[in-house]
Every structure is written in structure tokens, then in C-alpha cells.
Design a protein around this ligand. Structure first.
Ligand code: RFL
Ligand code: PHB
Length: 389
């Protein structure tokens, strides 16, 4: 097979990139390791910046998003004593949108066929070849048959464990990493949310987050030690802990229900530079990871592929390489700012095992400052809603 851009991975990065290229009449094809059912069922992000909703608008894949998404004009930081409301919309003029990554993924997959975006599901053993030439190709197996796709470019949108990043030699790349000594235990349940806006709570026993997917589906998280076992958290223990950490006022509004999904995700900050190596481009989690505290992962995947599709369209339409040459630098500039925000919010809101009374007073003083300063609230609001592209 032959195409112009072969995309590895049908997560948000790969799917959005594929659609942006197809909209510009560029041939693209996606190769995905998992099944469609698996990809559509993965429970992940829930908060979309308007940079991300704008892409879905631009693609015309927004009917359900506009009908079912919940615009949120504010977000709450709670510190045990008070709720600090960050009025995102008043401070930035823009809201964020609550719409699950599962729904974004489903909408993009549903629209793929009619737009000539082929997705090959359940492929095995993908390998990248000749990426330093202008005729790279990938090989893999599908239904036991060996296959090969030739392309002008390869887009590595294969997430944090995919093979694309590993194809870039260590001699020309650099990794930056911070691993946090805790994870997030998440629960999804078909119960109404406890509050009409998200609550990020800093508590002596650890961080907690009250989020939602809709007015009938809630998503909650608590900070747990990195080596925590899921079996240690039957639903009732988790609901008890959420009530404690979110505080009595919120607790009285929590509706309990059986877990539709429950899992523990480790927290990590990671950046891989550069995001291009000759004919290979990296986008999304393949190039960087943020801790989920800032709700930035999916949104960074979206901004990467806007930059990348712009660059590839310029290349195929005008024969100009300036866009593709500038891609890595342009994308990384936004990546590092989101890394900073996600790291800072993580440091502010979590309990660190080695922190003493001084560090805890610093967290308390920072929350106190945020509560009293519109400038501090504006800084949080403009980062949370998404920095301009
Ligand atoms: P994905 O979604 O991981 O997709 C990569 C795809 O590549 C496939 N793949 C392969 N395909 C072929 N061959 C191979 N060898 C392959 N290896 C892998 C995978 O099967 C998969 O389909 O990466 P992408 O597209 O870059 O998207 C990134 C986002 O998924 C991620 O950043 C977000 O989910 C992060 N995130 C959040 N982001 C937000 O913007 N807002 C949030 O509120 C938010 N909350 C979260 C989150 C992530 C979480 N977890 C589970 C880590 C909450 C959590 C708990
Ligand atoms: C979620 O609803 O899954 C969610 C919301 C906000 C975050 C992280 C995750 O910061």
C-alpha cells in the first residue's frame, strides 16, 4: 500500500491529524494496534480547551459535542477551609468544555469512513523503516498476513509506550522526566455530579478531584501511593475517602453508585526532544506526558496536530519545507508551558511523602494568595482554558 502520511495510533492525536489531512485532500491512513471496541472504551480525559473544540468545529465533527458537551465557566480549588472559585470565563472570555475523550474518539472514528480516512485495527508488530530518507515505510501484520505501507512521512501518534519515539536515536534526542511518588485512583459512576463545576481539593490525607462526564455520569479521583493496589479500594472505601477529602459541604451532595470503571494511573511529567526526526514526526503522548492535574494531555495532542497538519499541508501544497522544519520548535514551545502549568498545579494540590511542615505551609500560603489575588486567579484561568495556539 502507498499513502502520503502513514499515522501510527488511533488515539485523539492520530484521529484528529488524519481528519485534518483528509480535509485538505492529503492521503492518510491510520494503523492501530488495538481493536475499535478497545479504543472507544478507554476512559480518560474529560476537559476540552476551546483550542480542541475549535478543531472539532473546523472539521465539522461537532454535532454531538455541541449538543451534549457541558461548557464550564469556572473551576474550584478547595483547601479544606474554603472554596476558591476561578472564574475562567470572566477572566479569559472563554469557557472549557466537559466532553469525554471516549466521545471525541467515537465521533472521530464514526466520521472516518465517509471522509476517506482508513483505519487498520488490530495490527501487530509495527516497525518503522528508512525514516531518515524521503521514502520511509512501515511494516506490520494484520490477520497474520505481513503488510507494508510506503509513505512520504510517518506520524508517530502511538502514545507513551509506542514504537515511534524509540526509533529516534539517543544521540540526536533528549528526554526530560519527573516521576511523582503517587498515582490517581479514578472511579466512574452513573450518578449525578456533586457540584456543577469541577472541584480540585487539597487535603491533609491527599488530593481529590470531583469531575463529571454529563449531568448523570460522575468521575472522581483520589491521590494514592504509587504502589497502591486496586483491590484495597472497594467502592465504599473509595466513596468514604472522597467524602472526607472533599469536605462535609460537598460530601452531603455526593451520590454513591457502583463503579463502571475503576483504575489507578501513575503521574509523570515527560518531554522528548525533538518532535521530528527526518521523515518521522511525533505528536501527543508519544512525545510528552503531563500529570492529569492540569487537564492538558488530550489538549496538547490536539495543538500538536494543528501545528503538524499546517506544516504538512504547506509541504504538499506549496512544496515548502519551512513548516515541517519549524514543527518541533513550535510545538515544544506550547508543550513546555503546559508542562509547567501541570507540574505547578500538581505540586500545589498534592501531599508529597517527603514534605515537612514548611512545604505544607508553602502550599497553604500559595492557596491563600490565590484566594486573595485576581492576578493569581487570572494566571490559573488563562492556563486552564488553554494558551493561544
Ligand atoms: P493515546 O490516546 O495513548 O493513543 C495512542 C494510540 O496508539 C496506539 N498504539 C499503537 N498503534 C499501533 N502500533 C503500536 N505499536 C502502538 N502502540 C500504541 C494505542 O493503542 C492508542 O490507540 O495518545 P494520544 O492520541 O497522544 O492522546 C493523548 C491522550 O490520550 C492523553 O494525553 C489524555 O488522555 C491525558 N488525560 C487528560 N487529558 C486532557 O487533556 N484532559 C483531561 O482531563 C485528562 N485526564 C488523562 C486524564 C489521562 C489519564 N490517564 C489514564 C493517563 C485522566 C487520566 C486518568
Ligand atoms: C476527568 O474528568 O477525567 C478529569 C478532569 C480534570 C482533570 C483530570 C481528569 O484535571
Amino acid at each position: 500500500m502507498k499513502t502520503q502520511v502513514v499515522i501510527i495510533g488511533a488515539g485523539p492525536a492520530g484521529l484528529m491529524l488524519g481528519h485534518l489531512l483528509r480535509q485538505a485532500d492529503i492521503d492518510a491512513l491510520i494503523v492501530e494496534r488495538r481493536s475499535r471496541v478497545h479504543v472507544e472504551g478507554r476512559i480518560r480525559a474529560g476537559v476540552l480547551e476551546d483550542t480542541t473544540t475549535n478543531i472539532l468545529d473546523r472539521l465539522g465533527i461537532n454535532t454531538r459535542l455541541r449538543a451534549e458537551g457541558l461548557p464550564h465557566g469556572g473551576v474550584i480549588l478547595a483547601d479544606g477551609e474554603r472554596h476558591i472559585r476561578i472564574d475562567i470565563e470572566a477572566l479569559t472570555g472563554r469557557p472549557v468544555m466537559i466532553y469525554g475523550q471516549t466521545e471525541v474518539t467515537k465521533d472521530l472514528i464514526d466520521a472516518a469512513e465517509s471522509r476517506g480516512l482508513d483505519i487498520l485495527w488490530q495490527t501487530e508488530s509495527i516497525a518503522l523503516h528508512d525514516i531518515t530518507t524521503t521514502a520511509p515505510y512501515v511494516t506490520f501484520a494484520k490477520d497474520g498476513e505481513p503488510m507494508r505501507i510506503d509513505a512520504r512521512f510517518i506520524a508517530g501518534c502511538d502514545g507513551s509506550h509506542g514504537p515511534s519515539r524509540k526509533s529516534v536515536p539517543a544521540a540526536v534526542s533528549r528526554e526530560y522526566e519527573r516521576v511523582y511518588p503517587f498515582g490517581w485512583l479514578g472511579i466512574l459512576a452513573d450518578v449525578p455530579p456533586c457540584n456543577d463545576e469541577l472541584i480540585y481539593a487539597s487535603h491533609q490525607r491527599g488530593f481529590a478531584l470531583a469531575s463529571m462526564r454529563s449531568m448523570t455520569r460522575s468521575r472522581y479521583y483520589i491521590q494514592v501511593p504509587i504502589d497502591e493496589r486496586l483491590e484495597a479500594w472497594p467502592d465504599d472505601r473509595l466513596w468514604d475517602e472522597l467524602e472526607t477529602r472533599l469536605g462535609p459541604d460537598v460530601a452531603s451532595s455526593i451520590t454513591r453508585g457502583p463503579a463502571l470503571e475503576k483504575s489507578i494511573a501513575p503521574l509523570r511529567s515527560f518531554v522528548f526532544e525533538p518532535m521530528r526526526h527526518a521523515s518521522l514526526f511525533l505528536a501527543g503522548d508519544a512525545a510528552h506526558i503531563v500529570p492529569p492535574t492540569g487537564a492538558k494531555g488530550l489538549n496538547l495532542a490536539a495543538s500538536d496536530v494543528v501545528y503538524l497538519s499546517d506544516a504538512l499541508i504547506e509541504y504538499f501544497r506549496k512544496g515548502s519545507e519551512s513548516g515541517i522544519d519549524g514543527y518541533s520548535k513550535r510545538a515544544l514551545a506550547r508543550v513546555w508551558k503546559s508542562e509547567r502549568f501541570s507540574w505547578q498545579l500538581t505540586m500545589l494540590m498534592h501531599r508529597f511523602p517527603n514534605d515537612g511542615p514548611f512545604e505544607q505551609r508553602m502550599q497553604a500560603a500559595e492557596l491563600e494568595y490565590i484566594a486573595s489575588s485576581e492576578a493569581a486567579q487570572r494566571t490559573i484561568a488563562e492556563n486552564y482554558v488553554g494558551l493561544p495556539l
